[in-house]
Ligand binder design. Sequence first.
Ligand code: PDD
Length: 286
Amino acid sequence: MIYLNGDFMPIEEARIPVLDRGFIFGDGVYEVIPVYSRRPFRLAEHLRRLQHSLDGIRITNPHCDAEWGNLLERLIAGNEGDDQYLYLHITRGVAKRDHAFPKGVAPTVFIMSNPLLTPPKELLASGVAAITASDNRWLRCDIKAISLLPNVLLRQMAVDVGAVETVLLRDGFMTEGAASNIFVVKDGVLLAPPKNHLMLPGITYDVVLELAAAHDIPYEVREISEYEVRTAQELLLTSSTKEIMPITRLDGKPVGDGSPGRMFAQLYQLYQNYKVTVMRGNTPNT
Ligand code: PDD
């Protein structure tokens, strides 16, 4: 069951006019929200980031948070599996093709839910391979825009050589992954790039830094040079669907000793524990 512009229906029945500006221009934004035990994780933060994205492209939010909450609740109930991920997609709507904004057009709102398949244990035990590439995206990567062509091409570069992610470098510094945030471990310190217009402010990124702060794990938020990436003890990748994963090969060379490190093991465990605590309702799921 999906949601489209006011109605719930099977995905096979969902139809979008070809003149939708999402289709024509990639003129829209999206969110991906993990659902554990049928409860959306960090909903308030995801809706806040959605608002930031909508503001960034000047679309009026079609729903208040309570309405979003209701829609998502109905969608979770209407789909199988306790663990799901919600995909929310808002475009500027349907209008005759013209780059400038149309007047008086309602946005298109589409939401679907899919099973959340977190990385299998074997992959977490071995770690994954990544490559590096020059970050050739636009200068508003803080907006979660549906126009993902650069990200698609950058991710495919990794897949073409049997890797899972592309670590992006801009002007000698690391920004993020093609569809994830990246952390570096150096001398036992967790390093995170500062949030700015060159990266998506990841919700999982925030959770990781909060966990580090709460458990006395040394961390620094600062610019990370290409050299530091290439000489890292550990590299970690985070996203709502992949949670936390160790990158153990970069451009064909081992990261550290080539196996998942202690920082990964600790943060992964803390993340899993945190998830369980939040889902039991012992901690506010903010
Ligand atoms: N992508 N950076 C980029 C470019 C991303 O696309 C994503 C997530 C992240 C991680 O953000 P978060 O922790 O909030 O998921 C960082 C989603 C999962 C996607 O496009 O499917």
